[in-house]
Design a protein around this ligand. Structure first.
Ligand SMILES: Cc1ncc(COP(=O)(O)O)c(C=O)c1O
Length: 453
């Protein structure tokens, strides 16, 4: 009987993360200091990050060992299975072979603990007692709460206000794992107070919540900041996903033609795809498809330029695709994809045309998610559903052309806490938001920092 799932044993779990920096086609542009415009130094980051993560951020080493304590916790759910989507293939009548890497099996329900655990570990080792962070949909907040709980650390989560109210059970999960959770913007920080003074009714954004968490960390000696995406060390930790996938595809006798992932800040996509990028750079015919919402079209409609990672302008300037740090995305249900920028490593590879990007509106995304749920049984997170849509569309192209391609996507999380979004979809209440580039985007881009690197 053909297998539905391809498993690796716990002993086969990768022992090192893959760092793409030495394999980039061109050197990585530096982060710039927000005050001086000059490249930042490790000392600039030391107020909010531990030394090990600062080192990983710029490391020239291709392989970085995963500490034993981290591997031990990974073993609670890793290696995650790679599934063959036989039922979806049959429903689509496609000759394509579709696989998905199932990151929804982690305790928090997504890929996010892959980086939360090492971040908590390295901070604990540096003597830090508390981590402060932001969360959009609540997945990252849950993952960091879980990780802090394993290392007996405190965790403070600034949760984007619209999600705080849309996702009460994500909040419950964070509370069970011992975190304190606040709807952002709050009056706990100067950044939050400024934002509330300007717009008391704001629904919040990831950029605002980041400003609050960074300020909290920078103003408390025993507290550091943890970011769930965007930064190089986060991409690095997530490569365990792609490294396992590579081994599993080899076991299935497959070479992928297309790899697909959704993009919020870029971490699940990068972690899934980066280990395959050297193969493409060496000439293998493989496509990488990054999928984002039309309501927050960073890669497909943003500008490739230096911008802040947060709303208040506290973070270093990053060369990335951006919609402008003052961009406030509408309250679509894929809360984790509502970020104005993206990981600089991912942006660089999109800019160099190694990775392609596309955007979808909510309704076609949820249609694909429902098809996936009724065929494969798993209910994808709304973020993940963007990748499902693209995989379905790639498989439908194969149906037209008769090509039997190998399509692999990252199932970054399940949607068990997103059922209100599914209800809204089933009741026909979801709005498809297509941004008017002239109105929404140009306005936010007008506020870009004036820097000439
Ligand atoms: C399930 C899931 N997938 C994807 C994302 C997007 O984040 P990233 O692009 O960093 O993977 C999120 C963010 O919250 C998420 O919860």
């Amino acid at each position: 009987m053909d297998s539905y799932k391809i498993h690796l044993s716990e002993a086969e779990m990768p022992q090192e993360w893959y760092n793409i920096i030495p394999d980039l086609p061109s050197p990585m542009p530096p982060y710039l200091h927000p005050a001086t415009g000059l490249p930042i130094t490790p000392a600039d980051l030391a107020a909010i990050f531990p030394p090990a993560l600062i080192e990983q951020e710029v490391s020239p080493e291709r392989w970085i060992p995963i500490p034993d304590e981290v591997r031990r916790i990974y073993q609670l759910w890793r290696p995650s299975p790679l599934h063959r989507a036989y039922n979806l293939e049959k429903a689509l009548k496609t000759p394509a072979r579709i696989y998905y890497k199932n990151e929804s099996v982690s305790p928090a329900g997504s890929h996010k603990p892959n980086t939360a655990v090492p971040q908590a570990y390295y901070n604990k080792a540096a003597g830090i007692k508390r981590l402060a962070t932001e969360t959009g949909a609540g997945q990252w907040g849950c993952a960091l709460s879980l990780a802090c709980n394993f290392f007996a650390m405190e965790c403070t989560v600034y949760m984007v206000k619209v999600s705080y109210h849309q996702k009460p059970y994500r909040r419950s999960l964070m509370h069970i794992w011992g975190a304190s959770v606040y709807p952002s913007p709050t009056d706990r920080t100067q950044a939050g107070r400024n934002i509330l003074a300007a717009d008391p009714e704001t629904s919040g954004s990831l950029g605002m919540a980041i400003s609050e968490a960074v300020e909290d960390a920078a103003t408390h000696e025993d507290t550091n900041y943890a970011l769930g995406s965007v930064l190089n060390h986060v991409m690095l930790h997530q490569t365990i996903v792609g490294l396992e996938t590579k081994k599993q595809l080899a076991l299935a006798g497959e070479t992928p033609d297309v790899l697909i992932g959704c993009v919020g800040g870029g971490s699940n996509f990068a972690g899934f795809c980066f280990p395959f990028v050297p193969d493409k750079l060496k000439g293998q015919d493989i496509r990488f498809v990054a999928v984002e919402p039309t309501a927050c079209p960073t890669l497909t409609k943003g500008a490739y330029t230096y911008d802040f990672g947060d709303t208040a302008g506290l973070t270093p300037l990053i060369l990335m695709y951006t919609l402008g740090h003052s961009f406030v995305p509408s309250g679509i249900h894929a809360g984790g994809l509502r970020y104005h920028g993206d990981a600089p490593l991912l942006c660089q590879l999109v800019h160099e045309k190694v990775i392609e990007a596309r955007a979808y509106a909510q309704n076609p995304v949820f249609e694909a998610a429902r098809l996936f749920a009724v065929t494969e049984g798993i209910i994808p997170a709304p973020e993940t559903a963007h990748a499902v849509r693209a995989a379905v569309d790639e498989a439908l192209v194969c149906k037209d052309t008769g090509q039997a391609k190998c399509i692999v996507f990252n199932l970054s999380g399940h949607g068990h806490f997103d059922l209100a979004a599914y209800d809204a979809f089933l009741e026909g209440q979801l709005k498809d938001i297509e941004l008017d580039p002239d109105e929404n985007i140009k306005k936010a881009l007008a506020n870009l920092p004036k820097i000439n690197p």
